[in-house]
Design a protein around this ligand. Structure first.
Ligand code: ZN
Length: 257
């Protein structure tokens, strides 16, 4: 059953300024867009990748990605080449359902060759590595926001959930989804069977070296959409702030050397 019109998303993407649009593929009758900031002078900037709409029944991520493109991406394009896939699975989003047209949970289908949305993700990561990848999701059972963080080097998870506390409740339980958690941050057990096989998109991106900072953000579906969107936006803002500080610090060190 159709619950949303994808044309509303397309219209919002088409009127964006200072970005280039790429249709990664046409899947089940809908275009999958990647929106990318345009080059900024001659300088090579680190890349970041923000993904949303993997699960169609988690609309806060899609709305946050679109709002980020409309209101914030310009500001960040000085620091980063920003790539945003605001809705990875339009077919599921218009129907408010988790699975794609093949009834596949894309998030756990990275190893499949026959899932077009996975091919779209692979097209985006051709231009890796990414300084960070932020994947926006929702959780129907959690009372508050939390996130999964996979990182080599700098851990920023706690800074992100602290920032989110300004907007909404953080899930402070010490076990979330069967995993140890501290202050809304899960550092997932990579040896769990479901992770070992490499079928999860975030796991594959991290393990295959496409990023050293993989954040999977979960906002609580029980809260109002506007609050979930604000939570995602706060998290994105804090993550980019952290990475921009490190990038400029490293540049200053190189300059001094
Ligand atoms: Zn999800």
């Amino acid at each position: 059953m159709i619950e949303r019109e994808f044309s509303s998303v397309v219209e919002r993407i088409r009127v964006l300024c200072n970005v280039s649009l790429r249709v990664l593929d046409e899947v089940a009758g809908y275009p999958v867009y990647a929106v990318e900031t345009e080059p900024h002078g001659q300088e090579e900037r680190p890349s970041v990748y923000i993904n949303a709409g993997t699960h169609g029944d988690e609309p806060a991520g899609v709305e946050a990605a679109l709002t980020f493109l409309e209101s914030a991406v310009d500001r960040w394009s000085r620091h980063f080449r920003v790539v945003v896939v605001p809705c990875l699975c339009p077919y599921a989003w218009v129907r408010n359902q988790r699975h794609n047209a093949q009834d596949v949970d894309i998030n756990w289908a990275f190893l499949r060759e026959d899932v077009a949305e996975i091919a779209c993700v692979k097209r985006v990561i051709e231009n890796s590595p990414f300084r960070t990848v932020i994947d926006l999701h929702e959780d129907w059972e959690s009372p508050g926001c939390y996130l999964y963080e996979q990182c080599r080097g700098m851990s920023i998870g706690r800074l992100l959930t602290d920032r989110v506390r300004d907007v909404c409740l953080v899930d402070d339980r010490d076990r979330i989804e069967g995993e140890d958690a501290v202050a809304g941050v899960i550092h997932p057990n990579m040896n769990a069977p479901k992770r070992r096989d490499g079928s999860g998109i975030p796991i594959a991106l991290f393990r295959n070296g496409h990023t050293d900072s993989m954040i999977t953000a979960e906002s609580p579906s029980g809260l109002a959409l506007g609050v979930r969107v604000e939570a995602h936006l706060a998290l994105i803002e804090e993550a980019l702030t952290c990475h921009a500080e490190v990038v400029s610090h490293n540049a200053a060190l190189r300059h001094d050397a």
